[in-house]
Design a protein around this ligand. Structure first.
Ligand code: ZN
Length: 485
């Protein structure tokens, strides 16, 4: 019973007891890839501004392979809208417009997806089949999206050891970017269509809002650990599925980053609780979310009758033995921490910026790795906030080199970099380290002058006399030595 109650406790975010509510949650992540599009040679650039020309289309709902007309499809058709596509010659061709059949699948994109599969421990079959998924909101010019199930039944492991299952990894084509939704028609940017997209879906194993955030961050980390991902706003989108006991599954779409996920989940769970308490039914549907962490109705949940095989694309054979992955960003961070004793945040930043810490530490053997990392990461931030100037320490490694040679004290590094950031010519002789014997003499004098003063006060006096030309750590050691004696 003890373990049960502690488990329940860990699933509590603020005042919501998720275990008691029978909370279930799964995440779906969509990550855009860079390079070329999935079924043509157009670049993955999303164009902005005035299009080269526009194309108008109407969509009609038709029955899928089950013979049933999709619920979401008829919902869209009721609106009797047409769709206007902005076409940009440099990043679209006739394939995006569905005027020409697709080319063979982009092998680079497929390999990137297979590497992700490997890191997610999913099982990949020896062949994949692309399917057509009916899309009825006009976001695909053809009225369908090509998608292939690449891997299934994987898992990731959270910090506390809990495994979150990965139900599927799909490789699909990105839809058009919505520009404007009007009463008579919707306007779309066609240049986004066809960009390769990896879709990862977890099982409904997530048991609290905070766990959803951790899962999302972990999946993001794994994606960023593989080369070939597109970066920046809009290149990764997440949907969150939630339900509680006595309710129904609701999908909340379009999270750009993981930070807002817990608050939106909390809002949605409260909404379900209120409906159930008042004897109302929780309907299965799709919702959007607002900047103030609320959710709003979007549309009905698409049914299962929306998939049929894409016969224009031959079956793709897979050989997983050729797929090699490197270490994940998380593993690199752990390595930094173990190898150099770096603090967590420093290790994170060093890895994020792809800084060659091993090379730097090997080059500057006399400098403590933490000090080196701190100088590279935090000193520019400090100079920016104090003096509104930009500097990259990696562009001024000569400063680090003279520190390594013992020609300047550590305490001078910040000032020298500040002067460099301000475009000043640095007079290094001003910062020259003073002779060790001289430092010792100053410390001795200071202690002799006022033997009963607290060590902090003596430190102030000694540093003032040395005018920053000696290392504070050494001065402190000497002070302890003479005061103790
Ligand atoms: Zn194209």
């Amino acid at each position: 019973m003890n373990t049960d109650s502690s488990k329940e406790h860990s699933n509590k975010d603020h005042n919501t007891d998720y275990a008691l509510l029978g909370f279930k949650c799964g995440i779906e992540i969509h990550q855009q890839l860079d390079g070329k599009k999935l079924f043509c040679n157009c670049p993955c650039d999303i164009k902005k501004g005035k299009p080269d020309y526009t194309v108008k289309r109407w969509l009609r709902a038709s029955a899928g392979e089950t013979g049933e007309v999709d619920k979401a499809a008829s919902f869209e058709q009721q609106k009797l809208k047409y769709y206007l596509y902005h076409v940009f010659k440099d990043s679209t061709c006739l394939i995006e417009l569905d005027e020409e059949p697709p080319m063979h699948v982009n092998q680079a994109a497929l390999n990137t997806c297979l590497k992700v599969c490997k890191l997610l421990n999913v099982t990949v079959g020896d062949q994949i089949q692309f399917m057509r998924k009916v899309v009825v909101d006009g976001s695909n010019c053809s009225g369908f999206q090509r998608t292939a199930l690449v891997g299934r039944n994987g898992f990731i492991t959270l910090v506390n050891g809990k495994k979150i299952s990965i139900e599927s990894v799909c490789l699909e084509e990105e839809a058009c970017q919505p520009i404007e939704r009007l009463k008579t028609h919707d306007v779309y940017n066609l240049s986004r269509q066809g960009i390769p997209l990896i879709e990862i879906a977890t099982g409904p194993d997530i048991s609290s809002a905070e766990e959803a955030k951790e899962t999302s961050a972990k999946l993001g980390m794994i994606l960023r650990s593989v080369d070939g991902m597109k970066r920046g706003i809009g290149t990764i989108r997440q949907d969150v599925n939630v339900s509680i006991k006595g309710g129904a599954r609701v999908e909340i779409k379009g999270f750009q980053e993981f930070k807002s996920i817990p608050k939106v989940i909390e809002y949605e769970v409260k909404r379900h609780m209120d409906l159930i308490k008042n004897g109302k039914k929780v309907e299965m549907h799709v919702r959007g979310h607002t900047p103030d962490f609320k959710t709003v109705y979007q549309r009905p949940m698409p049914g299962a009758s929306r998939m049929y095989p894409e016969t224009d694309i031959p079956i793709v054979l897979i050989d997983m033995s050729k797929i090699k992955t490197g270490v994940t960003l998380e593993q690199k961070e752990t390595d930094m921490i173990h190898k150099f004793g770096l603090r967590n945040e420093l290790a994170k930043e060093i890895v994020k910026r792809n800084i060659d810490m091993t090379g730097l530490a090997g080059k500057f053997k006399n400098i403590d790795a933490n000090f080196l990392a701190e100088t590279i990461i935090n000193v520019p931030k400090e100079i920016k906030s104090r003096y509104k100037k930009d500097i990259s320490v990696l562009d001024h490694l000569d400063v680090i080199e003279i520190l390594d040679q013992g020609k300047i004290p550590k305490s001078a590094v910040f000032e020298i970099l500040t002067e460099l950031a301000q475009g000043k010519k640095v007079d290094y002789s001003r910062y020259k380290s003073v002779d060790a014997g001289f430092v010792e003499k100053i410390v001795k004098d200071v202690v002799a002058n006022d033997p009963d003063a607290p060590i902090g006060a003596l430190m102030g006096q000694a540093m003032a006399k040395l005018r920053g030309k000696a290392d504070g750590k050494i001065v402190m050691e000497l002070l302890k030595k003479y005061k103790g004696a």
